[in-house]
Design a protein around this ligand. Structure first.
Ligand code: ARG
Length: 462
C-alpha cells in the first residue's frame, strides 16, 4: 500500500501521473485552507464534547492546527499534489505533527461534508467583504451625485435625446441598482450560512454527534437538514454567482456610459489618468481601459454562472466528483467582483464632470418637447392633439436649425393658439427638471431628498 494515499488500501496499482494531476485540486483549493482549519477545529471540539475523542486529542489537534496555520500563512507549508486536495494535505501534516490525534480528527466526517462546509465558510466571508465594497461604491456615487443635482444632461431613450435629467439623477439610478444587488447578496448569505458537517459522506454518521453545536461554533444560522442535500447541492454558490452576474451587469452598463461620455463626441466627463492607458501607436489616445475591462469581465462572471449551473444540472444524489469543479469559477467570480468594486469606487471619485458639454447636448435634441405638450394639456388640449402640435413645432424648429425655446412667440402660436409668453420659462432645461417634482423624479429637490435617503440607508449599514 502506498502510504501517501489515504484510500489506497483497496487498490492494486497507483493512479498514473496524469490521472493524479487530473483529479487533484490542491493547486486551487489550498485557498480554502484557513476555512478548512476552522471547520476541523469546530468538529474536533464537538467530538471531544461528545466524548468521541478525549481532551488530550483535542489539545493535540489544536496545537498541531495552530502550527499548520502559521506554516500556511508564512508560505512554508509544503503542498503536495500526491495528497490530492487541501483536506488531505492538512490532515496528513497534522498527523505528522501530533500522531494519533491527527488520525482521529476525521471520525464522523467525510471530505464530502468537509468541503461543502469549507466552501460555505469561504463564501460567507467573501459576501461580507462584497457587501462592504458595494457600500463604498454607493458612497462614491452619492458624493459625486450630491455635487450635480443642478447639472443638466440629456436623458436618453434609444440613445436619442429624450428629456433633460440631472447628472445626479442619472447616477442615483445606479445607487438603486446596487442597493438591490446588496439585498440579493444579503439574502443569499442566509442560505449560504448553513452547516453541512454531520452529513458525513452522504447518509449521516453513526457517532453521537451534535451538529447544532458545530453550527454555533462556526457562526452558522442552522444545519442543513438533509444529509444527501448537504453534501451534494451547490445552489448557494450558484445563486451567489447569479447575484454577482447581475451586479457586474449593472457595472457593465455604467461602464458603457462612462466610455461613451468620455469619447470626444460626448465629452461629458473625463476619467482620471490612473484608470486609463495610452496607445502604443497613436500618441493622442487616452483610452478608458478600466470601464472597458469591467464590461469584458462581466462576460467572464456570467460565464462562471453558466459553468456552475451546467456542473450541477445532471448530477444524481449525492456527492459526485464533478463538484470539485465548483471552486475555480466561484473563486474567479469572487476575485473579479471584489477587484472590480474596489477599483470602481476609486474611479467614480476620479471623474471630472463637464457641465457645459452636458448642457449643450441637452439643448440640441428638443429635450423639452414633452414640456411643451404638457403645457398645452394643462391649458385644455387633449394629450394626443398636443403631441401632434408639438411634433409640427419640432419639425418647424428643425427646418430653422434652432431649439423650441428659440422660436418666436408668434411662430409657436402657429401650432396652437393656447401658447402665451409664459411658455418660455417652461421650455428651459431648468423648468423641465423642476416640473418633475415627485418621488423618483429628476427635480433637484427630489434628487436631493433621494440622496439624503441614500445617506441614511448607508449609515444604517455601519
Ligand atoms: N476535493 C474534493 C472536492 O473539492 C473534496 C471531496 C472529495 N470527496 C471524495 N469523495 N472524493 O469536492
Amino acid at each position: 500500500m502506498q502510504d501517501n494515499q489515504t484510500w489506497s488500501g483497496r487498490f492494486n496499482e497507483p493512479v498514473t501521473e496524469l490521472v493524479k494531476r487530473y483529479t487533484a485540486s490542491v493547486e486551487f483549493d489550498q485557498r480554502l485552507a484557513i476555512f478548512d482549519i476552522q471547520g476541523s477545529l469546530a468538529h474536533a471540539q464537538m467530538l471531544a464534547a461528545c466524548n468521541i475523542i478525549n481532551n488530550q486529542d483535542l489539545a493535540d489537534i489544536r496545537k498541531g492546527m495552530s502550527q499548520i496555520e502559521n506554516e500556511i500563512l508564512s508560505g512554508q507549508f509544503e503542498w503536495s499534489v500526491d495528497l490530492e486536495d487541501v483536506h488531505l494535505n492538512i490532515e496528513k501534516r497534522l498527523t505528522a505533527l501530533v500522531g494519533d490525534a491527527g488520525k482521529r480528527l476525521h471520525t464522523g466526517r467525510s471530505r464530502n461534508d468537509q468541503v461543502a462546509t469549507d466552501v460555505r465558510l469561504f463564501l460567507r466571508h467573501a459576501i461580507d467583504e462584497i457587501l462592504h465594497l458595494i457600500a463604498s461604491l454607493q458612497l462614491a456615487l452619492i458624493e459625486l451625485a450630491s455635487r450635480h443635482t443642478h447639472t443638466i444632461m440629456p436623458g436618453f431613450t434609444h440613445m436619442q435625446v429624450a428629456q433633460p435629467v440631472s447628472f445626479a439623477h442619472h447616477l442615483m439610478a445606479y445607487f438603486e441598482m446596487l442597493k438591490r444587488d446588496a439585498e440579493r447578496m444579503q439574502d443569499t448569505r442566509r442560505r449560504v450560512n448553513r452547516l453541512p458537517l454531520g452529513a458525513a459522506a452522504l447518509a449521516g454518521t453513526s457517532y453521537p454527534i451534535k451538529r447544532e453545536y458545530v453550527a454555533e461554533l462556526l457562526g452558522f444560522e442552522g444545519v442543513c437538514e438533509n444529509s444527501l442535500d448537504a453534501v451534494s447541492d451547490r445552489d448557494f454558490a450558484i445563486e451567489f454567482n447569479a447575484a454577482a452576474s447581475l451586479l457586474m451587469t449593472h457595472l457593465s452598463r455604467l461602464s458603457e456610459e462612462l466610455i461613451l461620455w468620455m469619447s470626444p463626441r460626448f465629452g461629458f466627463i473625463d476619467i482620471a489618468d490612473r484608470f486609463c492607458t495610452g496607445s502604443s501607436i497613436m500618441p493622442q489616445k487616452k483610452n478608458p481601459d478600466v470601464p472597458e475591462l469591467v464590461r469584458g469581465k462581466t462576460g467572464r462572471v456570467t460565464g462562471n454562472l453558466i459553468s456552475l449551473l451546467t456542473l450541477m444540472k445532471s448530477q444524481p444524489l449525492a456527492y459526485n466528483k464533478d463538484n470539485q469543479e465548483d471552486k475555480e469559477p466561484l473563486f474567479d467570480t469572487v476575485d473579479t467582483l471584489q477587484m472590480t468594486l474596489r477599483i470602481y469606487a476609486d474611479m467614480m471619485g476620479g471623474i471630472t464632470v463637464k457641465p457645459e458639454a452636458m448642457r449643450n447636448a441637452a439643448l440640441q435634441g428638443y429635450a423639452t418637447a414633452t414640456d411643451l405638450a404638457d403645457y398645452l394639456v394643462k391649458k385644455g388640449l387633449p394629450f394626443r392633439d398636443a403631441h401632434e402640435a408639438v411634433a409640427q413645432a419640432v419639425r418647424f424648429a428643425e427646418s430653422k436649425s434652432c431649439d423650441l425655446a428659440e422660436l418666436k412667440l408668434e411662430e409657436l402660436q402657429q401650432f396652437s393658439n393656447l401658447v402665451t409668453d409664459d411658455i418660455f420659462a417652461i421650455l428651459t432645461l431648468e423648468g423641465s427638471l423642476a416640473a418633475r417634482n415627485h418621488i423618483g423624479g429628476t427635480a433637484p429637490q427630489q434628487v436631493e431628498a433621494a440622496i439624503a435617503r441614500a445617506r441614511k440607508y448607508l449609515e444604517g449599514k455601519h
